[in-house]
Design a protein around this ligand. Structure first.
Ligand code: 48F
Length: 263
């Protein structure tokens, strides 16, 4: 009896996904949140040959990029980040009245960042939420993950664990993973108070700088990028300008590479 098409399709999906998940239960770098900073970090690390898994709560990766500003689906980047945009093959148009600033269709930016990260070899697990961290020898050594629908429905289902040499909290404004580290591991973070300082209001130019400055390792094994870094370190928000986010992803990848190579 020949194998019906329905079975060929279902088997291919189940076996391919199982292989992917099994292969990513121990990775070099685990990125939480497929926003702009997380996706740039994922591509940069994957380009260097590291095994990278990205866990994204939503069905669609891309974070806050898709909606541009107030759902007008265009965003701005500045010249300091133009090279990163070019590396991904994403098109941009320089503003005539503000040289050094470029507009980008936000759908092209989101899809281009996702495509770039996946093509570099990073694996994105979408609809997967990070609900806890694994902690050993005074270091974050893994992520506790579960399906987002399980989380949303409040189902009493135990999670699985992914072990990693370095975690990036790229969860945006809530800095969820570092909040978990502070609350559950009860350790001091590398901030002036040892705690999360909290995001400050909008100050676009300063926010673009603090996003990159605040991108660093906050506890052994865990780094923050993007708005998460600003929340942890009391940085400013900046609205729909994305150069700082992209540069933060690059910086996070460089710091994580250094840390992984030291292990
Ligand atoms: O917020 P987000 O886009 O991260 P970002 O790289 O970029 C911020 C900008 O989009 C924007 C801005 C620009 O000027 O200020 O806000 O800092 O993406 C964060 C992603 O993390 C996911 C969330 O669904 C979003 O796609 N996320 C958050 N918490 C979790 C998570 C979690 N616990 N597990 C998995 N994914």
């Amino acid at each position: 009896m020949s194998n019906p098409l329905e079975n060929i399709v279902s088997s291919a999906i189940v076996s391919s996904f199982s292989d992917k998940l099994l292969d990513n239960l121990q990775v070099d770098a685990a990125v939480v949140g497929a926003g702009p900073s997380g996706l740039v970090a994922a591509k940069t690390l994957a380009d260097k040959g590291f095994k990278v898994a990205v866990f994204e709560r939503k069905l669609a990766p891309g974070g806050g990029v898709w909606g541009g500003g107030m759902l007008f689906n265009e965003v701005v980047v500045q010249k300091e980040a133009k090279q990163i945009v070019d590396e991904f093959g994403i098109r941009s148009r320089e503003l005539k009245d503000a040289p050094g600033y470029y507009v980008i269709d936000s759908v092209e930016l989101a899809s281009g960042l996702i495509f770039g990260a996946v093509h570099a070899g990073a694996k994105i697990f979408n609809s997967v939420s990070v609900e806890d961290v694994a902690f050993a020898n005074e270091r974050i050594c893994g992520l506790v993950v579960n399906w987002t629908p399980v989380e949303r429905l409040g189902m009493h289902v135990d999670p699985l664990v992914v072990l990693t040499k370095a975690v990036l909290d790229g969860t945006g404004h809530p800095c969820e993973v570092l909040n978990l580290v502070q609350r559950k591991a009860r350790v001091k973070l590398d901030t002036p108070t040892g705690e999360i300082l909290g995001e400050r209001p909008m100050q676009a130019a300063t926010g673009e700088i603090t996003t990159v400055d605040n991108t660093r390792e906050y506890y052994p094994g865990i780094f923050a990028s993007g708005m998460s870094a600003n929340n942890v370190m009391g940085g400013y928000r900046m609205g729909p300008i994305f150069g700082g986010m992209l540069r933060s992803g690059k910086k996070a990848a460089e710091l994580m590479e250094e840390a992984i190579r030291k292990l």
